[in-house]
Design a protein. Structure first.
Length: 435
């Protein structure tokens, strides 16, 4: 047999051999495993398989236990008690079976996976498990099952419909004309709402945290409220904030209301102030106050300031995160200032000029910094026409200005002309989408 390539599943390194590479004799499906007869050393049938379980803390892909019997008479077979496994049955090499008790550390295939929703991280979607594919591998003189793929297509549904109606080998012949539709096990993310059980099953959200926030948001919207809570309570707060910003407003509220105030505060702190203010404004006042109470002072103050403005005003749309410099500052100075604002670089396109009193005096397109000497003053690069709006300007007027002047950013000033915040094009897109 060829060597298996090594792949990473969570923090564990495991061997993987795709079902498409294995011969039919080395493959067993969960629908075939359930009901498979178990034979003792003398070839006598002692029961039938009712379930099989991984113990992820011990091995992430090997079936560790087989359950036979039912009701109050469940017995377990350890993986090392099995001699051989085939489509016709399981033969033991050790008959000392033990009663089935606690399964807190077990992920049972039939009970916990079959017909359950899981996340296909590679395909960026929520899918329902219709079958599971195992590879039969010979290890130290006995057979073991290694989980390879989760099946989600018509082929697996056909197997289930015909199981018990037609012989297993005949079912395999029927299915051969149907293209398989499956997800490799390492691309499956199981959603488990119980934090303690997550730890026992060694469930990690590392793959979810690497997804684009918009893709993660799409997935979250397909899940049940309980599953959404499970994900947002366990993923990194910064990732959660980015994903939450992409989620439908009604679902945003549902998610934050389901979380502990401390965790919700950690997420809200990672959001831009305007997005944080928008979502907190939609919450019940009591819930919003609880979250604000748990927030750090600086982000809390920024959000509270924005909450004072009307939803349909420039103040309600603006973001308080921007880069401002004095008019006499140089290009070199501006570049150094931007290095200290790395978190804004993705959306930064303008540097605003303010005088010693904080009053807005000009705006410099970021692109101009890269075509002039470093000693050039920012004042000399400022745009000729400075367009800005007061904090109480209506959102309709703000939208008109973005359309008329093809703006990317629009500064907002208070009644004294001091810089209060910035409205960006993506803020306007959000407004237009909500109409």
């Amino acid at each position: 047999m060829a060597a298996w390539p090594e792949l990473k599943v969570g923090a564990l390194s495991v061997s993987y051999w795709s079902a498409t590479m294995a011969t039919a004799d080395h493959i067993l499906y969960l629908t075939e495993l359930i009901g498979l007869p178990v034979f003792d050393l003398k070839g006598r049938r002692i029961g039938r398989i009712r379930d099989a379980a991984l113990v992820p803390l011990i091995h992430p892909v090997r079936v560790d236990r087989y359950l036979i019997g039912g009701g109050w008479a469940w017995l377990t077979i350890r993986h090392d008690q099995v001699h051989s496994i085939s489509i016709d049955g399981i033969h033991l090499r050790d008959e000392q079976l033990t009663p089935y008790h606690s399964d807190e550390y077990m992920l049972r295939m039939n009970r916990d996976l079959l017909d359950q929703q899981i996340i296909d991280v590679h395909g960026r979607k929520v899918v329902r498990v219709t079958d599971i594919t195992f590879d039969i591998r010979r290890v130290d003189g006995h057979d073991e099952l290694r989980i390879v793929e989760v099946d989600i297509g018509i082929r697996s549904i056909l197997r289930r419909l015909l199981q018990g109606v037609a012989p297993r080998k005949l079912i395999r012949r029927f299915q051969s004309s149907i293209a398989p539709n499956s997800i490799r096990w390492e691309f499956c993310n199981i959603v488990e709402s119980d934090p303690q059980r997550r730890l026992r099953l060694n469930i990690s959200n590392q793959m979810l945290e690497k997804m684009h926030p918009a893709d993660l948001a799409d997935i979250v919207e397909e899940l049940s409220p309980e599953d959404r809570e499970a994900i947002f309570s366990t993923i990194d707060s910064e990732v959660a904030a980015e994903a939450l910003s992409e989620v439908d407003p009604e679902i945003q509220v549902s998610i934050l209301e389901s979380l502990e105030a401390e965790k919700a505060a950690d997420i809200v702190e990672e959001m831009s102030p305007d997005q944080a203010a928008d979502v907190l404004a939609e919450l019940e006042e009591e819930t919003s106050d609880e979250i604000l109470e748990e927030m750090e002072m600086e982000p809390k103050s920024e959000v509270q300031e924005l909450l004072e403005f009307g939803e349909n005003t420039a103040g309600g749309l603006m973001n308080t995160e921007y880069v401002s410099m004095e008019p006499g500052a140089t290009v070199d100075g501006a570049i150094e200032a931007m290095k200290k604002q790395e978190e804004l670089l993705e959306v930064l396109n303008t540097i605003f000029l303010v005088d010693a009193g904080g009053r807005l005096t000009g705006a410099v397109p970021l692109a101009k910094l890269f075509v002039v000497p470093g000693s050039t003053t920012l004042q000399s690069l400022a745009v000729e026409t400075l367009i800005h709006v007061p904090v109480n300007e209506k959102s309709d007027r703000v939208t008109e200005l973005f359309d008329k002047y093809n703006l990317l950013t629009l500064p907002v000033v208070d009644e004294e002309g001091k810089m209060a915040g910035v409205i960006t094009a993506d803020d306007i897109i959000t407004v237009l989408r909500s109409r």
